[in-house]
Write a protein that binds this ligand. Structure first.
Ligand code: HSE
Length: 309
């Protein structure tokens, strides 16, 4: 019998307001599933993709699920062949780390099928190559939490240094996905390449404050730190009703709110589940007023990352 496994990898919220390209956390749902099978002959095939509306390429050199596996096989000098079935269970271009979930699920599954020659953390550079395929930039703030679970800080890219940050047990994320699409590539191209010293001071003060707030379970500090002067001022223009949705979340008791990754999803953090659900309802009402369909997700921080189903 052919050896095969099914793996789930979670959606992620990147940036978390002030941490552009350096902070992200994983949620319990949604996420992607892959079924990866060892083949007798070398080479990677993608035999099935569901849930993408026919938009993703089955060419293994073009898909975020397979490129990390190709790079991984080069690294471990293996000629092993794999077949991949990819089941997209979350929207593309949503700001929920859709490409990262596929990248992580694929390489995590391949490594298990080969008897785990590499540790989980060692898979990160390969998963990042999936991001390069998806948007031209190998940032790690989605793939790192998707792979490691929890709330992750990318302390440095060169050398790669990631830190999992403990979070308060009762931290809840509310995520709303409006039915519009923002391509990460476009959302990155509208950002400025320079930053004033004034804005840099504001931003790094908030990043440090957010990390301290998480470590100390200081919800007030978490909330006070959730401000972004780097991406939000530009990207908010890509999301109709963004500031109204954010304000609705804050009025309903969110600690803070912002754009999830490169958008258009918007997320809020809160300190209890009931509040997180009220926030979801209030945010949804704002998009409804604009006749923009939306889906909401409420989840604790997912500390597990990818799992074999
Ligand atoms: N940090 C990235 C960005 C996340 O904001 O462009 C999107 O994948």
């Amino acid at each position: 019998m052919e050896k095969s496994i099914r793996v789930f990898a979670p959606a992620t919220v990147a940036n978390v307001t002030c941490g552009f390209d350096i902070l992200g956390f994983a949620v319990s749902a949604p996420g992607d599933e892959v079924v990866v099978t060892l083949k007798k002959s070398p080479g990677i095939t993608i035999s099935e993709i569901t849930g993408d509306g026919g938009r993703l390429s089955k060419d293994p050199s073009q898909n975020t699920v397979s490129v990390p596996i190709l790079r991984y096989l080069e690294k471990i000098k293996s000629k092993q062949g794999f077949d991949i079935k990819l089941h997209k269970k979350m929207p593309l271009g949503s700001g929920l780390g859709s490409s990262s979930a596929s990248s992580v699920a694929g390489v995590f599954a391949a490594n298990i099928l080969l008897g785990e020659p590499l540790k989980r953390i060692e898979l990160l550079p390969f998963a990042m190559e999936g991001e390069r395929v998806a948007c031209g930039s190998a940032h790690a703030d989605n793939v790192a939490p998707a792979l490691l679970g929890g709330f992750v800080l990318v302390r440095s890219y060169r050398p790669l240094d990631v830190v999992k940050i403990p979070t308060p047990a009762s931290l809840y994320a509310t995520i709303i996905h409006p039915h519009i699409e923002v391509r990460t590539k476009d959302a990155r191209s509208i950002l400025r390449n320079d930053l004033s010293l004034h804005d840099a001071i504001v931003q790094w003060g908030n990043v440090a404050g957010l990390v301290c707030g998480l470590l100390m379970s200081d919800y007030g500090l978490i909330g006070r730190s959730m401000h972004d002067v780097v991406a939000e001022p530009y990207r908010s223009a890509l999301i109709p009703g963004y500031y109204e949705v954010k304000q609705a979340a804050l009025d309903a008791g969110a600690l803070g709110a912002g754009i999830s990754g490169s958008g258009p999803s918007v997320f809020a953090l809160s300190n209890d589940e009931k509040k997180a659900r009220v926030i979801a309802k209030k945010m949804s009402e704002e998009f409804n007023k604009l006749n923009i369909g939306n889906d909401v997700y409420v989840s604790q921080i997912n500390s597990e990352g990818p799992v074999v189903l």
